[in-house]
Design a protein around this ligand. Structure first.
Ligand code: ADP
Ligand code: ZN
Length: 431
């Protein structure tokens, strides 16, 4: 098996990786301390980092630090050296602004090349980049990575689904980048247009920016006739390219020569042992314009111990099933949208489109789950629908431990998204 030259750091022996990390950690902590007021204030008496475990003595950074210093307060480089700005999509409030020097953009491109290479893409691949171009990091991040890989990039951006399908088909596209929910939408529209995506040369999807489950992956791989890879990233740290699955599809390799991962207990902030599930905390080891120390991502995962079949020595994390802040509390019970997705997709006859609506009736929480069903089931006699309804309700109650109202709806009734899907509608405070 041959590897892309940029992938060399993916295979560094552990001691070399740790030495590189410590060297970079010392520099980035020093840079943050010297150049950024917020870090200087929090790191009084800072006298260097002497070992990797000492990272735990550095202060955390949070999303509200980025909001409080909006727009430029965390920059460590003068504006003359900042060559790009991006902003987060603001899923959870006011957007935050991030900056890149020329070196930062080179790092970003480098990790994206390694990300594409890890899932088997190479020169000669034709990559349709359907992530949104603009302030959002997805479009440009994937674009420059794919170009530097030597692949052919189609910078189509998000939206205009029919044109996406035409291009997919006419340009012999071999890989697509978009959110998993948008790819589902493409599959469906293609079907209506008489195009079977599984018959096209398309062989890989690089899907990220939102949580999705292994059951969703199974559906996508079968109906699309492709391999679907999970890519993870966040604006604050760099954008897409923090971690990606390799061809083993068994956890996401973290590009830990640039992003140092820790797992902490989200309630106490204490570091957790390897293998334990908790909140992912990331330190940018090489960022110039906006170094972040111990950034609390609020994404919940675990580091996977042991080597990967692909031979990469980069540590792996489990796919992100949830954020520490997407937990719903329904009648006192903790519910995560990913649990609902897994329960629904395990039942035959459902489509991977659903919505969760929470309301309050006489002080009591009500949860309704709208699920699309296949047209065969939907047009069948009432009996089939009723049976499916009961199976879904039972599956949900079994998984969640509470009862949910299930409403079966016909294909195409739930709104489709071009970017991140919105699946939870919490109307409890509106009543
Ligand atoms: P925001 O959505 O907060 O405005 P971003 O667009 O940078 O900002 O999104 C980053 C967040 O998106 C991550 O912290 C994570 O919650 C989610 N995310 C990104 N990629 C994935 C993925 N592959 N799986 C699950 N969640 C993801
Ligand atoms: Zn691997």
């Amino acid at each position: 098996m041959s590897f892309h030259p940029a992938s060399a750091p993916d295979f560094l022996p552990r001691e070399q990786m740790n030495a590189l990390q410590l060297d970079r950690l010392q520099k980035v902590a020093q840079r943050a301390y010297t150049k950024v007021e917020l870090f200087r204030d929090r790191m009084r008496g800072f006298d260097g980092v002497h070992s990797l475990p000492e990272i735990a003595d550095l202060p955390f950074t949070t999303k509200s630090d980025l909001r409080d210093t909006y727009p430029f307060g965390l920059f460590a480089s003068p504006i003359e050296q900042v060559v790009r700005l991006h902003a987060s999509s603001g899923t959870t409030g006011k957007p935050i602004v991030v900056a890149y020097t020329k070196e930062d953009l080179d790092v970003w491109t480098n990790v994206m090349v390694r990300a594409f290479a890890a899932c088997g893409l190479t020169r000669g691949d034709i990559i349709q980049n359907a992530y949104g171009y603009g302030l959002f990091t997805g479009g440009l991040g994937a674009h420059y990575g794919a170009e530097a890989l030597g692949a052919t990039v189609i910078p189509i951006s998000g939206g205009n689904t029919e044109r996406q399908i035409m291009v997919l088909k006419d340009f012999n596209v071999t890989a697509i980048c978009c959110t998993p929910s948008y790819f589902l939408h493409l599959l469906e529209r293609a079907g209506e247009m008489g195009v079977n995506i599984a018959d096209l040369p398309l062989r890989a999807g690089i899907f990220g920016a939102e949580p999705w489950t292994d059951s969703m992956r199974a559906r996508i791989q079968v109906s699309g006739g492709i391999r679907a890879y999970d890519i993870y990233g966040l604006t604050e740290i760099i954008g897409p390219g923090v971690a990606i699955e390799c061809e083993a599809q068994d956890g996401l390799h973290i590009f830990e020569d640039h992003f140092y991962p820790e797992i902490i207990d989200p309630d106490t902030g204490q570091p957790l042992p390897e293998g334990a599930e908790g909140e992912l905390v990331l330190t940018t080891l090489s960022k110039q314009a906006m170094p972040l120390l111990r950034y609390r991502t609020r994404d919940i995962t675990a580091l996977i111990p042991g080597p990967c079949r692909c031979g990469r020595t980069l540590r792996r994390m489990r796919r992100i099933g949830r954020r520490s802040d997407d937990m719903l509390i329904v009648r006192g019970v903790n519910v995560f949208p990913s649990q609902i997705e897994t329960a629904l997709l395990a039942v035959e006859g459902t489509l991977p489109h659903y919505q969760i609506v929470l309301t309050r009736d006489k002080g009591l929480d009500q949860m309704e789950v709208l699920v699309e069903v296949t047209s065969e089931v939907f047009s069948d006699k009432v009996g089939a629908l009723e049976g499916l309804h009961d199976r879904l309700a039972a599956a949900l109650e079994h998984t969640l431990g509470i009862r949910a109202h299930v409403r079966l709806v016909g294909p195409q009734t739930i709104q489709r998204s071009e970017g991140k899907a919105k699946r939870v509608f919490d109307r409890r405070n509106l009543a």
